[in-house]
Design a protein. Structure first.
Lengths: 257, 418
């Protein structure tokens, strides 16, 4: 279970960043008063354009960033006060966080298993399952740096799930993957949901969000502008599909317009 | 296994699991050091024997029979090309001969006063004219200055021509030369044997240890912190449910092991390289005795080990702290370079330090205090209180920096540029 209450994240900008963003303000509101709840046994899709605040929100959930305002609870643990317990309950996958290219998927899997306090036999059992699902056994002993983008992503997903966490947070998990690999990832996310896990996935691919998510939250300009099941969102916005609904919301809330 | 030991194991595997990295970190420096010192020894040896064997061109003007006899007695004529000239021959080409010396085409002109004999024999009391011996040579030319020194002072086995000539003339004038010897002087040297043997090592060792430990820590530290941050692999560790201090100390201990090993490789290579250099370059090569002049008892060995350990801890924590605060490896390297210079200077200060009355507070100064303590160990003069002070200052700063590193792992601005 993930409960986000009034999450606001404000970055302080240095002179260089102010110049890059062409602003005179020395702060940037990345996430503005976002509240949402992702429950066990459901996939919550976080939808939004680049720079909308999806990754910042998820990083706050994963304890990598501290909320400026508001609070987040993961499986009942507060991200600010009980970071270690939160990290033990989650799998977090994002493009910017990578496996060490000098090691094999096999070594990384065992390394992170040990960091999660798992015993060797538990790690082996998990490895058998996850390496089988993602077809990693064929390249498990190759160094990460020698793997293709798809192989790297599959390895990263498997490693992130080593400790069988209750909550799975994947930030754009299919980005850069071919259609076959992307399908295996989304299928496994559904499997995790069916196992009773809380799954939260951020994406800017409409079709993916449509097919995968039980509930969807739309973030634009740091604010959550819509939340509901696919049919609720379509009905509310009088749209034929999610892309239609998204563009209606985008033209309504995009601050630059 | 605790989080810290898992991290140490992984960091060590990263290096020892990569043959290329092992080669470049531990084997290549040893090969380079031995080859470099060997080459230096070979070059020095070749230069010395070239100077010794060179046939020097020397003009001798107005030589009398005594000078010729002195030249033969000193065997100065054996390896050198001597041209005897009269006053008029010399005056006819004086400028040309001077230019030859300047250009290195000839090595020396020995000019005897034309009235040498007359002035020598007619001398009877103070104030009388004494004859001149003028030697022209070029101090910027190795062959020329070497010819001069052999002509004047001779070599180990042969007397100098000037000395021999002077003795001949004195004997002629006073008869018994012993009359000029009014007393005998003997030297009685009182010194600590170990200090005498290790004086040069005591001067160089603190500097060498400091430089080697820092260089080892630098190569391991920049990549383990800034490199991992840049590649996004450090963040994956920050997502695991272990304490930030466990990650920081795991990484620091692994780096201490690596840089300690690399320092040992350097010291061992130097112990091999020095004799190689002296074998190729002869006994006069600097540090020809290697580190052999230094002998330590068990306590001194342990003290040296403890100081080296404290220094590695300090260097690794300084480098890691700067590397983690830097945006990327490039920025980390440019932040660390000035620190390297400061550390080098601190190590060098002890080289030119004399006297042993260093106040205890100075031992607390990291790097400098350690360098003084290492020097004291070599001289057999380190007091326990000074030893403890030098450890305390260094370890304290290193602990503060380690806490700073752990805090940096929690600092989103540092870790994610947020």
């Amino acid at each position: 279970m993930i409960q986000i209450n009034g999450l606001t994240k404000i970055y302080k900008l240095n002179a260089k960043k102010m110049q890059e963003l062409k602003t005179k303000e020395n702060t940037k509101v990345a996430v503005n008063n976002v509240s949402l709840e992702a429950k066990p046994g459901e996939i919550f899709g976080l939808l939004g354009p680049n720079g909308a605040g999806k990754t910042t929100t998820l990083r706050c959930v994963a304890t990598l960033l501290k909320p400026t305002k508001g609070d987040i609870k993961v499986c009942g643990f507060d991200t600010k006060k009980e970071g270690q317990k939160v990290r033990d309950s989650i799998a977090f996958l994002t493009n910017e966080i990578k496996l060490d290219p000098n090691f094999s998927a096999d070594y990384m899997f065992k390394f992170f298993g040990h960091l999660h306090g798992m015993k060797d036999e538990q790690i082996l059992a998990r490895q058998e399952e996850l390496f089988g699902v993602f077809g990693i056994n064929d390249f498990k002993n190759k160094k990460i740096e020698e793997l293709s983008t798809g192989m790297k992503q599959k390895s990263a997903i498997a490693v992130s799930l080593v400790h069988d966490p209750k909550v799975v947070i994947f930030d754009e998990p299919t980005s850069g993957l071919d259609i076959v690999t992307a399908r295996s990832v989304t299928d496994y996310l559904k499997y995790l949901r069916d196992q009773g896990k809380t799954v939260i996935v951020s994406t800017h691919i409409m079709s993916e969000a449509e097919k995968l998510s039980d509930r969807i939250g739309v973030i634009i300009g740091g604010q959550k502008v819509e939340e509901g099941t696919l049919s609720e969102i379509l009905e509310k916005n009088e749209a034929a599909d999610l892309e239609d609904a998204f563009f209606k919301l985008y033209s309504k809330y995009n601050p630059e317009k | 296994m605790s989080g810290m030991s898992i991290i140490i194991k992984k960091e060590l595997k990263r290096v020892f699991g990569d043959k290329k990295l092992v080669f470049s970190m531990f084997i290549l420096p040893a090969i380079i050091m031995i080859a470099l010192y060997g080459l230096m020894g070979f070059a020095m040896g070749a230069m010395t024997s070239d100077i010794e064997e060179h046939e020097n061109k020397v003009y001798i003007v107005n030589a009398d029979d005594r000078l010729k006899a002195a030249i033969t007695a000193s065997e100065f004529d054996k390896n050198n090309d001597l041209t005897y000239m009269t006053e008029s021959e010399y005056r006819a080409q004086e400028q040309k001969l001077s230019d030859e010396i300047l250009n290195g085409d000839s090595q020396m002109i020995v000019y005897l006063d034309p009235e040498f004999e007359k002035k020598f024999t007619s001398y009877s009391a103070a104030g009388d004219a004494i004859p001149q011996l003028i030697i022209s040579y070029n101090t910027t030319e190795n062959y020329s200055s070497n010819t001069y020194s052999i002509f004047v002072a001779g070599t180990e086995n042969k007397p100098g021509v000037v000395d021999a000539y002077r003795t001949m003339l004195l004997q002629e004038r006073v008869g018994n030369l012993d009359i000029l010897n009014v007393f005998d002087m003997q030297q009685n040297i009182i010194q600590k044997e170990e200090k005498a043997k290790s004086q040069f090592v005591a001067m160089m060792l603190p500097y060498m240890i400091i430089i080697m430990l820092f260089a080892g820590a630098m190569s391991a530290g920049v990549d383990a912190m800034a490199g991992e941050k840049e590649r996004g692999t450090l963040a994956s560790m920050l997502l695991s449910p272990i304490k930030r201090t466990s990650i920081a100390s795991g990484k620091i201990i692994a780096m201490m092991i690596l840089s300690g090993l690399s320092a040992i490789v350097y010291v061992v290579s130097m112990m091999i390289a020095m004799p190689v250099m002296s074998a190729l370059g002869g006994e006069n090569t600097p540090m020809a005795g290697g580190l052999g002049g230094l002998s330590l008892d068990l306590v001194q060995g342990l003290e040296l080990g403890a100081i080296m350990l404290a220094l590695v801890f300090l260097f690794v924590s300084i480098i890691s702290f700067l590397a983690i605060r830097a945006k990327d490896t490039k920025a980390a390297s440019s932040l660390i370079s000035p620190v390297y210079i400061v550390v080098m200077v601190a190590g060098m200060l002890t080289m030119f330090m004399s006297g042993k009355d260093v106040p205890i507070y100075r031992y607390f100064i990291p790097v400098y205090g350690n360098a003084v303590a290492i020097k004291d160990i070599c001289n057999g003069e380190l007091l326990t209180s000074n030893f403890l002070a030098s450890l305390a200052g260094t370890v304290l700063i290193a602990i503060v920096l380690t806490i700073g590193i752990a805090k940096s792992f929690d600092d989103e601005k540092v870790m994610f540029n947020a």
